[in-house]
Design a binder for this molecule. Structure first.
Ligand code: SF4
Length: 179
């Protein structure tokens, strides 16, 4: 079994990667997180993933594409539904990369977060699997939430304070009330 694991950020990827590396699986990471705001924050997250790859001795394919404009174009008219677009774009890119690079399964560190819509991610992942003819490796990695946090602190990995896009960066400071 060859598995490509989408990585949104270092801290969220630790537990899923540890779990899949325990099995008889060939694992490779796939970094893709194109809408992080501001760009300096994007670089911090990318650098943290590079550090993690070294510490875990893991091969990672980097899609170092930064397309904030495209994200805004596709979400500005319905900001409250933006996460569905965000999950879809990440999982679609991962499924395509899995097919292109000869993996038979793909998964995502998004399945680790307690702050994301887990069922929606699962649903989109299964849909992408069907669309591109590759399997979606589903696991409820949220069970390892505390372990992932502990490990990221032990590794002194950069830990972000908000989800990532420009809207979540605003909400970090002033919430959603301001529209
Ligand atoms: S809040 Fe997070 S998951 Fe939702 S669109 Fe922004 S970056 Fe993506």
């Amino acid at each position: 079994m060859k598995l490509l694991v989408h990585i949104c950020c270092g801290p969220c990827a630790i537990y899923p990667l540890k779990k899949v590396l325990e099995g008889k699986i060939e694992v490779c990471g796939f970094f893709y997180n194109p809408n992080i705001h501001p760009y300096t924050e994007y670089r911090k997250r990318l650098d943290a993933v590079k550090i993690l790859a070294e510490k875990m001795d893991l091969r990672i394919i980097y899609n170092d594409e930064y397309s904030m404009e495209e994200f805004i174009r596709n979400t500005i008219n319905n900001v409250s539904a933006r996460c569905v677009y965000c999950y879809t774009s990440r999982l679609e890119a991962t499924a395509k990369a899995a097919v292109k690079n000869g993996f038979d399964f793909f998964s995502s560190s998004l399945l680790y977060s307690r702050y994301q819509d887990h069922e929606q991610i699962k649903h989109i992942g299964l849909g992408m699997a069907e669309k591109f003819g590759v399997h979606f490796y589903y696991n409820d990695f949220r069970i390892g939430w505390k372990e992932g946090i502990r490990e990221s602190k032990r590794m002194s990995l950069y830990r972000q304070q908000y989800c990532g896009c420009i809207f979540s960066e605003k909400e970090r400071y002033i919430g959603t009330e301001a529209g």
